[in-house]
Design a binder for this molecule. Structure first.
Ligand code: ATP
Ligand code: FE2
Length: 334
C-alpha cells in the first residue's frame, strides 16, 4: 500500500498498546491492559504483564500489516516519562523491530504524544493543553520550538490523587471513574483545601483532607463531589491564566482524567466565557494508547527526527519541555 506507515508502542504504565498509523488514519491498534490484583499499579507487576503480552500483541499487529501489504517506515516507542521497568520492555521491543526490519527507531515523549494525538483528532491547531493523567498534571502551550510547561503539580498527578483517595475509601482501581459516578448523588459541598501557588498546584493535601472528611462522618458521595469541584477548579484556574498569558484562542484536554464529564463541562464554561474554542478528543485518545505514540512517531519521521540506538535509553523523568519540536504545525511559524 502507498503512503508512510509508522508502528507505535506504548507501555509507560498500565496500558500496553501497539498501533500502526498513516498520515490520516489509524490502521490497527491492539491493547493489553494491566489490572492490579489489589491496591494501585505495582511497577514490577506491570512490567511483567507487558513482558508476557508484548510478543503476541506485536505479532497480531505485524501479521495484520503483512496480510494487508503494509510496509513499515519506522517504529516509535515512548521513551518516557513512565515507570522504568515498563519503559524498558517496550524500548527493547522497538529496538529489536528497528534492527530486524532495518527501519528507523523513534523515541517519543509520552506527554507530547498525548497533546499531538489531541491536535490530530480534533480541530485544535495551537491550544493551551491541560494534560491530566495518573502520574502527570500539566498546563502546556507551544512557544519557541518547545511545548512549555506553564503550570504543573508540585506533588502527585490528579489521577493518582483520585485513585489514592478511592483506595482509602474501599473503591477499586482505577478510582477516577468511580469517584465521578458517586459525585453525581452528592447533596452538599464539603470544605477542602484549595492549593494554587503561582501557576502550580498540589493535590496530596487535598487527598488527605478527603480521607479526614470521611473519618469525620461526611458521606462518600459528598466527599467525591467536593474533591472533584476543588481539584478541577484549581486546574481550570491555571489553564485560564495560561490562556490569558499566552493569548491563545484554544484549549485542549488530554490524558486519562480528561474522560471526566464534570472537568469537561467546567473547561467548556471557562472557554465559552472567554469566547475561545474548547477541544476534547474522543475517550479512546485521552487515556494511554498506542495510536498517540505512532502518530507522534509519524510526525517525527516526516521531520527526519529519528533516534540512534545509542541514544534510545529510556528516561522515566523525561519532561516535555526538553524536546525541541521539529515537525510542522501552523503555530510553528511563530
Ligand atoms: P501518564 O503516564 O500520562 O501519567 P497514566 O498512566 O496515568 O498516564 P492515563 O490513561 O492517561 O494513564 O490516565 C489514567 C488515570 O485517569 C487514572 O488515574 C484514572 O483514575 C483516571 N481516570 C480515568 N477515567 C476517569 C474519570 N472519568 N474521571 C476521573 N479520572 C479518570
Ligand atoms: Fe499517559
Amino acid at each position: 500500500m502507498k503512503g508512510n506507515y509508522v508502528l507505535g508502542i506504548e507501555g509507560t504504565a498500565w496500558n500496553l498498546s501497539a498501533a500502526i498509523v498513516d498520515e490520516k488514519n489509524v490502521v490497527i491498534e491492539k491493547t493489553a491492559t494491566y489490572k492490579p490484583r489489589a491496591g494501585g499499579i505495582h511497577p514490577r507487576e506491570a512490567a511483567q504483564h507487558h513482558a508476557s503480552h508484548i510478543t503476541a500483541l506485536l505479532k497480531n499487529v505485524l501479521c495484520y500489516a503483512s496480510e494487508n501489504n503494509i510496509t513499515l517506515d519506522a517504529v516509535a516507542f515512548a521513551q518516557g516519562p513512565g515507570l522504568g521497568p515498563c519503559l524498558r520492555i517496550t524500548a527493547t521491543a522497538a529496538r529489536t523491530i528497528s534492527l530486524s526490519c532495518n527501519i528507523p527507531l523513534i523515541g517519543v515523549n509520552h506527554c507530547i504524544a498525548h497533546i499531538e494525538v489531541g491536535i490530530w483528532k480534533t480541530e485544535a491547531e495551537d491550544p493551551v493543553t491541560l494534560y491530566v493523567s495518573g502520574a502527570n498534571s500539566q498546563v502546556l502551550a507551544y512557544r519557541g520550538k518547545k511545548y512549555r510547561i506553564f503550570g504543573e503539580t508540585m506533588d502527585i498527578g490528579i489521577g493518582n490523587a483520585l485513585d489514592k483517595f478511592a483506595r482509602a475509601a474501599g473503591l477499586e482501581h482505577p478510582g477516577g471513574p468511580k469517584i465521578e459516578k458517586l459525585a453525581r448523588s452528592a447533596t452538599h459541598y464539603v470544605q477542602l483545601p484549595y492549593t494554587v501557588k503561582g501557576m502550580d498546584f498540589s493535590f496530596s493535601g487535598l487527598t488527605t483532607a478527603c480521607m479526614e472528611s470521611l473519618k469525620n462522618g461526611e458521606l462518600l458521595p459528598d466527599v467525591c463531589y467536593s474533591f472533584q469541584e476543588t481539584a478541577f477548579a484549581m486546574l481550570v484556574e491555571v489553564t485560564e491564566r495560561a490562556v490569558a498569558h499566552t493569548g491563545k484562542k484554544e484549549v485542549l484536554l488530554a490524558g486519562g482524567v480528561g474522560a471526566n464529564k464534570r472537568l469537561v463541562s467546567m473547561l467548556q464554561i471557562m472557554c465559552d466565557e472567554r469566547g475561545i474554542d474548547f477541544y476534547a478528543p474522543e475517550k479512546r485518545y485521552m487515556g494511554d494508547n498506542g495510536t498517540m505514540i505512532a502518530h507522534l512517531g509519524y510526525l517525527q519521521y516526516k521531520a527526519g527526527d529519528t533516534t540512534p540506538i545509542e541514544k534510545s535509553a529510556v528516561n522515566p523523568n523525561f519532561r516535555p519541555d526538553e524536546v525541541t519540536i521539529t515537525w510542522k504545525h501552523p503555530q510553528h511559524r511563530q
